[in-house]
Design a protein around this ligand. Structure first.
Ligand SMILES: [Mg+2]
Length: 123
């Protein structure tokens, strides 16, 4: 199973990446939304994306809006992982097309619970 972690923090990419690898995912990483789009384009096997909100070049919300313009990516599950905790922000991300929302800081258990809601393990 292929997953993509998009975050401008290398430390967060490593942390999230380790959790996903422990769950059996093969993990790609990107440092901002535009790089994330390029990675998605290059790897059609990616079915799960964990994306930060606040990043340079292209932020997480713009990334989600771009992905949801393309029907080829309808099956891609997107989890927004962010410090943005206001309910309006959560609603904004979900209405843009995020499937789940995880607030930083999070425990591995929280992330695993959210992923199981998405049935991200089945493929
Ligand atoms: Mg960030």
């Amino acid at each position: 199973m292929e997953a993509l972690v998009i975050d401008d923090s290398r430390a967060v990419r490593m942390l999230v990446g380790r959790i996903l690898r422990d769950l059996g995912f093969h993990v790609s990483e990107a440092g901002h939304g535009r790089e994330g789009l390029e990675t998605l384009r290059a790897n059609p096997e990616i079915r799960l994306v964990l994306v930060d909100w606040n990043m340079p070049v292209m932020d997480g919300l713009q990334f989600i809006q771009e992905v949801r313009k393309h029907r080829a990516w309808d099956a891609v599950r997107i989890v927004m992982v962010t410090t943005e905790t206001e309910s309006e922000r959560v609603e904004q991300a979900i209405s843009a097309g995020a499937n789940e929302y995880v607030m930083k800081p999070f425990t591995p258990e929280v992330l695993v619970a959210k992923l199981s809601l998405l049935e991200a393990f089945e493929d």
